[in-house]
Design a protein around this ligand. Sequence first.
Ligand code: FES
Length: 117
Amino acid sequence: MKHLVCKYEDLKNVNKMAVSIDRKSIVVVMSDGGEVYALRDVCPHKGPCLSAGMLDKNCTGDNTGEYIFEKEREVLRCPWHSWEFDIKTGRSLFDPEKVWVKTYEVTIKDDLVYVEV
Ligand code: FES
């Protein structure tokens, strides 16, 4: 079932927003490109709200001292121990097959954001 969570323009101003739908904690986030995603707002490590973390980029590099920044504002970092999650898939960056958070389908219609739960 689709639930109205916010206006697209309101989300644009804050980039991420914690919402509760049917007693589920969900974080709605907007990428740098303006796409909107929804993830379970609970870190699978120790349980804090991911919505209290930062939206950031990913940093990789093959050699010492090499920093390659990618996925600008597409990584949600847990506020406690900095586990990072891809906002598009919910998968962790360090072990995507084993550590992830649930994602929810998002629909945008007439400047309104809906999350399917
Ligand atoms: S509680 Fe989230 S990374 Fe530890």
